[in-house]
Structures are given as structure tokens and as C-alpha cells.
Design a protein around this ligand. Structure first.
Ligand code: NZQ
Ligand code: ZN
Length: 388
């Protein structure tokens, strides 16, 4: 196993009825003047907003509200929020929503303490060293942003959907997770979240790291858990136990537990997807359901034994040689994505064949991608072709 340091300071408060604890969590740490950041209105429809307002008022916490963070969040919104933080001298950010709101909060928290444009940390010319403290209330399970330092934002006028170079200061201080608030989540978003959680697990699983028994056993069980409970939720979207399972497994997928001792993930598929989101504003999970099987088809020959193991342990594929099992494992995951209603071809999201070159240019803007196999621009083009 590779050497590693495991550090994750986020306090997680999980379960039904926990959101009302937010005010006390903030006030016990003396945070008195916060930015209350959220998306495009779901929290007003499901009661989360009212619960938060009551809790903030009871604990005498002043707040400035900013709504309108959109899925595939954009830099202009981050700039607007940074200006608010500076103008009102806000000391904390409360992000309520999914990855888009929480990722924005991390960029805003860093931007509020930085004199230049926080996009510098996305270009990689600076690394974030300080941030306003971030508290989150998670309303959709997918990204793991509630318990990691990642932030992905789009610079709209340059079609760049890129991750920020963050540091430990970007970990949320407290994340509250109530599975009940996902009862009304549109089924397409449940599916996107399930795919994203699986994709995160697979990024580590297939990165070519040797000697990962404990990571593999965790990962395979986690993927089986996502498969089992996403199927239950398709039939019964308000099933609290399945919402709980999916919520926690999505957090564990990207909080450092299964990545410890690995090379840190492959991530080519995620970057291929981010280019799709940058051009077509496609939901992240939907883009991953298209790109992951295509990436697997392109690289599996470089890691046959691992792909065969995946098929055996996740889907019970025991027939044939390792090569046969590896190929069948790819079809098994693709079939699962289809079964739950995720798109699996670029044509499903109306991408034109003429755009594949521009997608490959975009995905390779920062250089070659991937760990198990280094992928140059023309490799990426071939993967987009396989996804077409
Ligand atoms: O804006 P509102 O009205 O709240 O609606 C949202 C949004 O339209 C809705 N929603 C959320 N909770 C709901 C709800 N609707 C009803 N009931 C609820 N309880 O769901 C929609 C999608 O929200 P979003 O935050 O965009 O989803 P997700 O959590 O999947 O985040 C995706 C973003 O995170 C990035 C993705 O690239 C994408 O930009 N990622 C972040 C990562 C990280 N921080 O670690 C890693 C990922 O790989 C990913 O790149
Ligand atoms: Zn993801």
C-alpha cells in the first residue's frame, strides 16, 4: 500500500430532524454574521429554508441571503457572493444544497480572503491556504462535497469547468445530512447522484494502484450498496432507509477513506465529463453515465485483472477468462446505468458528432489525463467517439 496521511476534520450530523441544530452549531463556535447560500428554490418547497431561518433566529445569528446558485455553478455567481462577504464583513458561509452550492461556497470562502480573482486557484497559479469557515446542509447525495475540499466551478466565457486547487481550510466544519429532505428529489437527480457516487468509487478502484485489498473490499461493497438502494428508490422514492444508505455511501465515496493508500484516483473520466458540462450544461451524473463505460472500453486492456475482479465481485460474473469477465463487467455497469434511466450515449444528450473534436480540445486543455493509462488529446477523442 502507498504511504498516506488521512485527515478529515468535518463533523457530520446525520439523520431525520437534524437540520434544526445548525444555529447552535454556528453559535457555539461564535460565528455571528454569515452568508446563507442556496440554489434555485428547492429548499423553500421542502421546508428546509424555514427550519434554517428559525434556527438562525433562535440563536441570534445575523445572515445575508444569496440564492440562485445553479447546477454546474458559475464563476460570476462566486464573484457576486465574494463581493457580498467583503461588503458585509461576513465571517462564515452556510451552504445549503448539493455539490453546486457547496462547491461555490468553497470558492467564495477562499475568495473572500483573497485580494485577487479566486479563479487563480482554478488556473493553479495559487493554492488556497485560507478560507472563511464553511458549514453545509446537504440536500442531495452525489458529490461528497459535504466532507471533502473539492470545488468545481465553470468560467462561463471560456468554457472551463475546472477544479480549484484547495487545501485543508476548505473542509466543511460541520455538515448536516437529513435523508428525509430528499423525499421530493426528482428521480433524475437521484439517478445522477447514484451514478456520481459509483463513478467516484471507480476512479480510485481503477487507478492502477497495487495492493489495495481493503480499499477494494470497501469499494465493491459500496457500489453494490448504491446499486441496491438506487433500484429501491426508483420504485419507492420516499424510502427513508434507502435514502439514508445512499446518502452515507455517497459521502464515503469521496471523503478520503477509500482513496487512502491509492495513487489518488484516475480522474480522466471526470475531466471528460466536465467538458460535456461546460459545453452542454449536462448534469454531472448524466455525463458520467455516458463517459465511464466509454473510458472503460478504451483502457480495460491495461488493467484486465482488475476489471475482471470488478465484474466478479460487483456483478457476480464468474464465467470465462479474465478478458471475457473484464468486457462483461463493462457491459454490466452500462446496463445498470440504462436500467435506472441514465443516458449512456452522447446522442442521448443531443451532442453532435461534429463537436467531438472540440470536446477533446477542451478536455486536454490542461494536458494529458489519467493514471492507469496516460491519455493524450487523440486518446480522449477516441473515447468521445466510443461514447457516441
Ligand atoms: O437549486 P435547487 O432548487 O436547490 O435544485 C437542485 C438542483 O437543481 C436540486 N435539488 C437539490 N436538493 C434537492 C433538490 N431538488 C429537490 N429536493 C431536494 N432535496 O438538484 C439539482 C442538482 O443540484 P446540484 O447541487 O447541481 O447536484 P450535485 O450535488 O450532483 O452537484 C453537482 C456539481 O458538483 C460537482 C459537479 O461537477 C457539479 O458541478 N462535483 C463536485 C465534486 C466535489 N465537490 O467533490 C466532485 C464531483 O465529481 C463533481 O465534479
Ligand atoms: Zn463526480
Amino acid at each position: 500500500m502507498k504511504n498516506f496521511t488521512f485527515y478529515n476534520p468535518t463533523k457530520v450530523i446525520f439523520g431525520e430532524g437534524t437540520i434544526e441544530q445548525i444555529g447552535a452549531e454556528l453559535s457555539s463556535r461564535d460565528h455571528k454574521k454569515i452568508l446563507f447560500l442556496y440554489g434555485q428554490g428547492s429548499i423553500k418547497r421542502n421546508g428546509v429554508y424555514d427550519t434554517i431561518i428559525n434556527s438562525l433566529n433562535e440563536n441570534k445569528i445575523e445572515f445575508v441571503e444569496l440564492d440562485g446558485v445553479k447546477p454546474n455553478p458559475v464563476l460570476t455567481k462566486v464573484h457576486e457572493a465574494v463581493a457580498l462577504c467583503k461588503e458585509h464583513k461576513l465571517d462564515t458561509i452556510l451552504a445549503v444544497g448539493g455539490g453546486s452550492v457547496i462547491d461555490s461556497a468553497k470558492a467564495i470562502g477562499a475568495g473572500a480572503l483573497y485580494d485577487g480573482d479566486i479563479w487563480d486557484a482554478f488556473e493553479g497559479t495559487i493554492r488556497v491556504k485560507e478560507s472563511l469557515p464553511i458549514f453545509t446542509i446537504l440536500t442531495i447525495s452525489a458529490t461528497g462535497s459535504e466532507m471533502n475540499t473539492n470545488s468545481v466551478v465553470t468560467k462561463e466565457n471560456e468554457d472551463k469547468k475546472w477544479p480549484m486547487l484547495t487545501g485543508p481550510c476548505s473542509y466543511p466544519v460541520v455538515s448536516i445530512m437529513d435523508p428525509k429532505v430528499q423525499a421530493e428529489l426528482p428521480i433524475s437527480q437521484t439517478i445522477n447522484g447514484a451514478v456520481d457516487a459509483i463513478a467516484h468509487i471507480m476512479e480510485f478502484y481503477f487507478d492502477g494502484s497495487p495492493n489495495t485489498d481493503v480499499q477494494d473490499e470497501f469499494s465493491e461493497g459500496m457500489i453494490r450498496t448504491v446499486i441496491k438502494h438506487s433500484k429501491i428508490l426508483l420504485a419507492d422514492p420516499t424510502n427513508y432507509e434507502s435514502r439514508s444508505q445512499l446518502m452515507w455511501v455517497a459521502t464515503l465515496a469521496l471523503n478520503g477513506v477509500i482513496s487512502s493508500g491509492t495513487k489518488g484516483g484516475d480522474w480522466a473520466t471526470h475531466m471528460l465529463e466536465h467538458s460535456l458540462s461546460a459545453f452542454y450544461d449536462v448534469a454531472h451524473g448524466a455525463g458520467l453515465a455516458i463517459m465511464f463505460p466509454a473510458w472503460m472500453k478504451y483502457v480495460h486492456e491495461d488493467n484486465i485483472a482488475k476489471f475482471a475482479q470488478f465484474g466478479e465481485r460487483v456483478f457476480g460474473i464468474n464465467e470465462g477468462s479474465d478478458e471475457v469477465k473484464a468486457v462483461n463487467s463493462i457491459y454490466a455497469i452500462e446496463s445498470f446505468f440504462k436500467e435506472i434511466g441514465a443516458p449512456t450515449r452522447l446522442t442521448d444528450i443531443n451532442v453532435s458528432e461534429n463537436d467531438l473534436e472540440k470536446l477533446a480540445d477542451n478536455a486536454s486543455m490542461k494536458g494529458a489525463l489519467g493514471s492507469v493509462k496516460k491519455l493524450e488529446r487523440n486518446d480522449l477523442l477516441e473515447i468521445y467517439k466510443l461514447a457516441f
